[in-house]
Design a binder for this molecule. Structure first.
Ligand code: ARG
Length: 475
């Protein structure tokens, strides 16, 4: 095709401050959603008789050609056209002629961008859910394999009571499970089509917002046009969900960093963890886990930027809202990278069982167990607590097995408590770290994972349905 002169920019985007107003650099990522939304809008206009069948077909055909151009990287983006919406409309008119000017009937960029963003959110949740489920699978597999390996459990980062590596890894699993739950719930709440709200007050033309909602597989159309064009709750929720996910990832990153230090020595410092030092020949640093930890700050910053921008905006649309895209996109890209690196990282962790066992054999970890043993013999817990504390202080943090029988309620049995594997096996209360309890936990984690995979497939189908609108052959 010969590239003729570009059509002039419409008057509404011409301004001395045009470069400052432009949003193309961030919103061109919305092109597919914008195009799919336009296909649905054109079909609705056809359905209510505002376009003839021929006009509808021309518009839809042109939009699909543009989708192809965008996908192939052939689309010529024009910065002076301000945003993705006007870029598409101008190109459409270039392709199909003056009928292209009918696409924007009963539509504003205000309801259009809100629609694009809701479709973006749906696809974003689906695309992040895949690597997140993979990360959860990695945690689950490692937890199953390390179900019986004892290690110290910590409070205040001080050795507290024995747990197993499997139990610790599953604690991270459940955090991520809630993150995924929140993301799905966010997608469900966002499942409302704002198209038909117009600039702020709907339209005098006989449009059918419910038809657009159906075509795009939304649960329902908006209830209030002012709310529809100004609501960015869904993006704030998305970025919050991402920020909390990043915070959870940072805690896992921190534990990897700690456990890979020589002080802990629970993890081997393998090349999978990161790179070396340009100066110190001996170094092998846990850089990946450190960056996972560090990137949380940036995502929290995205959330603060977004909420601060939204604060105090009068109804309905305000141009401030254009600043919603960069934080959302940054948070999504950052968290996706974090999750994608963490899954393989967790799979590649090399635990050092000897170090874990040795640390778990610290007698102080069993202080509570000894006290509880005394409680079984009828000693009040407070008295047992005092007696065991005094015993440990007197023996430099160790137990003198021969003297345990002399504690209040003590017997020959008491000394048998002093084995980390036995101690951990006894903690079989529901949700506890005993291998038997962890086996039950693994079962519910597996069941949860397959439930989540099923929810994700239905979300994936909705995402695919929107993609189908952009294909020539529709069934
Ligand atoms: N780029 C704008 C945004 O992201 C699109 C809506 C523009 N609306 C307007 N009235 N100028 O919010």
């Amino acid at each position: 095709m010969a590239a003729g002169p570009s059509p002039a920019a419409p008057a509404y985007v011409q301004s001395p401050v045009a470069p400052f107003l432009a949003s193309l650099s961030v919103d061109r990522a919305l092109a597919r959603y914008d195009l799919a939304g336009s296909v649905a809008h054109a079909e609705m206009l056809g359905g209510v008789g505002l376009l003839t069948p021929t006009e509808t077909a021309r518009l839809v055909g042109g939009l699909r050609r543009i989708a192809q151009e965008v996908a192939d990287g052939r689309f010529r983006w024009r910065e002076e056209l301000e945003d993705v919406h006007t870029n598409v409309e101008v190109r459409l008119t270039e392709l199909v002629g003056p009928v292209g000017g009918k696409l924007h009937t009963a539509r504003s960029r205000n309801d259009q961008v809100a629609l694009d963003e809701r479709l973006y959110l749906r696809a974003a949740v689906a695309s992040l859910a895949h690597p997140l489920l993979d990360l959860q699978s990695s945690l689950l597999d490692r937890a199953a394999a390390l179900r019986e390996t004892p290690m110290p459990g910590y409070t205040h980062l001080q050795r507290a009571q024995p747990v197993t590596v499997g139990h610790l890894l599953l604690a991270h699993f459940w955090r991520f499970d809630r993150d995924l739950d929140r993301l799905f719930a966010t997608a469900t709440r966002a499942d409302v089509s704002p198209l038909g709200a117009g600039a702020l007050a709907g339209s005098t033309l006989g449009i059918d917002p419910a038809a657009v909602a159906r075509t795009l597989a939304f649960d329902r159309p908006f209830e209030n046009s002012l709310d529809a064009v100004s609501d960015r709750d869904f993006l704030a929720e998305l970025v919050f969900d991402l920020a909390l996910l990043a915070v959870h990832a940072s805690a896992l990153g921190e534990e990897i960093v700690l456990f890979a230090s020589k002080e802990f020595g629970f993890l081997e410092r393998t090349p999978a963890l990161g790179s070396g030092s340009s100066l110190m020949p001996q170094k092998r640093n846990p850089d990946a886990a450190e960056l996972v930890r560090g990137k949380a700050g940036r995502v929290v910053g995205d959330l603060v930027a977004l909420l601060t921008m939204l604060k105090g905006l009068p109804l309905a649309y305000d141009r401030d809202l254009q600043e919603d895209k960069a934080p959302a996109a940054d948070a999504l890209a950052t968290v996706t990278a974090v999750v994608e690196v963490l899954g393989p990282l967790v799979s590649a962790l090399v635990f050092v069982p000897a170090r874990l066992e040795a640390a778990a054999a610290d007698p102080e970890l069993l202080a509570t167990d000894v006290a509880e043993q005394l409680v079984r013999a009828g000693t009040p817990f407070r008295e047992a607590h005092e007696a065991v504390g005094a015993h440990l202080r007197a023996h430099d943090g160790a137990f003198a097995a021969a003297e345990l029988a002399a504690l209040p309620g003590g017997s020959a049995e008491t000394a048998r408590t002093l084995d980390p594997r036995t101690a951990v096996a006894r903690r079989a209360s529901p949700g506890g770290p005993a291998p038997a309890a962890v086996a039950r936990q693994l079962d519910s984690a597996r069941a949860r994972l397959s439930g989540r995979r099923a929810s994700l497939s239905s979300l994936d189908r909705k995402v695919a349905l929107v993609e189908d609108l952009l294909k020539e052959e529709r069934t």
